[in-house]
Design a protein around this ligand. Structure first.
Ligand SMILES: Nc1nc2c(ncn2[C@@H]2O[C@H](COP(=O)(O)OP(=O)(O)OP(=O)(O)O)[C@@H](O)[C@H]2O)c(=O)[nH]1
Ligand SMILES: [Mg+2]
Length: 220
């Protein structure tokens, strides 16, 4: 996804770079391309609208550096805006000095926990880690199968457990397996829940107290 976004932006930037003088019409054309590229990359339309408007007002306003050509100025403004959009602050994952590191994904139903678990495992592997995935979503039929399909797709290790395992048993099984097979990160995909669902919240607390996750990521 990000590869195609960066390719599209590169194309827009390449066209801008050649411009000695930048007209408003030219800027509008470039922004239209940028808007499309961001929307196709799944960025929320409100965020896209806000960001492209911010780019336009900055580009037409005073916030430009004399040392850069008009095309380069726009590229700089777009770059700064993208950094801002992705969260100006860079947060690192807290890895444990005593593996396995446990990362738990929590959030509302359908917020993207299972998909994000897969993305996270892939990213971890790319960065030299050996993750093991485990789903503790024992409530929705096929939820564990969904993670199994994703794990197979990305070639990541999955702790399946037994069909009747309870969430805590699945976690403990995954931890044991990680230790025995030198996997350094356990990614725990949880069932979606609302904070008013007392039984499910209690279960989440129990998992937290048993596993002591190093990171709890809220998927929204
Ligand atoms: N467009 C888009 N769809 C996504 C993204 N992440 C997840 N989805 C889709 O959203 C739906 C729900 O994603 P899941 O990963 O199953 O969400 P979940 O939080 O695990 O859902 P529950 O386990 O039912 O609570 C699926 O159809 C995904 O394909 C994303 O980044 N962009
Ligand atoms: Mg899920």
């Amino acid at each position: 996804m990000f590869e195609t976004l960066s390719e599209k932006l590169q194309r827009v930037f390449k066209n801008l770079r050649g411009e000695g003088r930048l007209t408003e019409q030219h800027l509008d054309e470039a922004l239209k391309e940028i808007r499309l590229a961001l929307l196709e990359a799944d960025v929320n339309f409100k965020v896209v609208k806000q960001s492209t408007e911010a780019v336009k007002s900055k580009a037409l306003g005073q916030e430009v550096m004399q040392a850069l050509s008009p095309g380069q100025q726009v590229i700089k403004i777009v770059r700064d805006e993208l950094v801002e959009m992705l969260g100006g602050e860079h947060v690192r994952i807290n890895f444990s000095s005593q593996p396995p590191t446990v990362i738990m994904l929590v959030g509302l139903q359908g917020s993207g926990k299972t998909t994000s678990s897969g993305k996270l495992a892939k990213w971890l592997e790319k960065n030299g880690h050996r993750p093991i995935l485990v789903s503790v979503d024992v409530y929705r039929p096929a939820a564990r199968d969904q993670l199994k399909v994703i794990a197979k797709d990305i070639g990541a290790k999955l702790w399946e457990g037994n069909p009747n395992d309870k969430p805590l048993e699945l976690c403990q099984g995954a931890m044991r397996e990680a230790r025995n097979t030198a996997h350094d990160v356990v990614v725990v995909d949880t069932a979606g829940r609302l904070h008013i669902d007392e039984a499910l919240m209690k279960e989440l607390r129990e998992i937290r107290e048993t596993l002591h996750p190093h990171e709890i990521l809220f998927v929204a």
